[in-house]
Write a protein that binds this ligand. Structure first.
Ligand code: F6R
Length: 259
């Protein structure tokens, strides 16, 4: 796991966008894994700006991490809408190549299985963006999630519902259930980039980066990922014991290595 501590959200957005740009130039038909929430927004802003300068997404495809169950079609906070509004509508990715779990179907297990098959049929995710819950979740894999889990329905813990209430008019509007890629699904991505900013993430960052690998902190499974990059601001990194070592390592990294 590579830990990179940066000055703020814009620098984080630029560095993650660099990795995505390099991937697209090397592999125009790349499969991107998209997160929602606040953390990836600077990445999407940066990619939209680079698209205006010519970065081409026409052969790429994308899979969202998760979706609320039960929000009506077109609800502005459904992740399908958020992904469209914040990212895919702002670049030239083909709408039919943008996928997300469907939280409105009757047969959720069948839809989850179909989603897994669609990811596999696309050749797997090349680069997965991740945010981090204050309870250590990635996707909506809450504490206790199996490290082998695949796409399925999950219940949100109250802390996550409260954290996400800022996107809704009130806490009561935040759904209790979600469909999320599993930890096993996420671990199948060839490269994962996790973004975390702000002091409210510091404890979860410390737990998953330097704590034991344990289901109580789902993101800790990334310690087993062969290519995981963690981009943090100073506040999110403030609880890390080895912060100076991570800074030193990144400052002295050979330029050819990339992320
Ligand atoms: C969203 C997702 C969640 C968020 C996490 C952090 O697709 O999978 O894991 O990434 O809850 O949310 P923010 O970035 O809003 O702090």
């Amino acid at each position: 796991m590579e830990i990179v501590i940066l000055g703020g959200r814009r620098q984080i957005g630029r560095l993650a966008a660099d990795a995505i740009e390099q991937l697209l130039r090397r592999k125009p038909e790349a499969v991107l894994g998209l997160a929602t929430g606040s953390s990836p927004l600077p990445v999407y802003d940066e990619l939209a700006a680079r698209h205006e300068q010519g970065l081409d997404f026409s052969r790429a495809s994308a899979f969202a991490l998760d979706e609320y169950v039960g929000l009506p079609a077109g609800h502005p906070e459904s992740y399908r809408e958020v992904v469209r509004r914040e990212f895919t509508n702002r670049v030239n990715i083909a709408p039919e190549n943008v996928h997300g779990p469907d939280g409105r179907v009757d047969d959720i297990p069948a839809a989850c299985e179909a989603y897994e098959q669609a990811i596999a049929a696309a050749g797997g995710v090349d680069l997965q963006l991740l945010g981090l819950g204050t309870d250590g979740h990635i996707g909506f894999n809450e504490p206790g999630s199996s490290f082998a889990s695949r796409t399925r329905i999950k219940s949100l813990v109250e802390q996550t519902r409260r954290d996400n209430a800022r996107f809704f008019n009130s806490l009561s509007e935040v759904p209790h259930h979600v469909i999320t890629q599993g930890l096993g699904t996420i671990m199948g991505a060839r490269h994962v980039i996790l973004l975390a900013t702000g002091a409210q993430k510091a404890q979860a960052v410390r737990d998953f980066v330097e704590g034991p690998v344990a289901a109580i902190c789902p993101a800790s499974v990334l310690q087993f990922h062969p290519h995981a990059t963690v981009l943090l601001d100073e506040a999110a990194a403030s609880g890390l014991k080895l912060a100076d070592f991570y800074r030193h390592t990144y400052e002295n990294k050979p330029a050819w290595q990339g992320l």
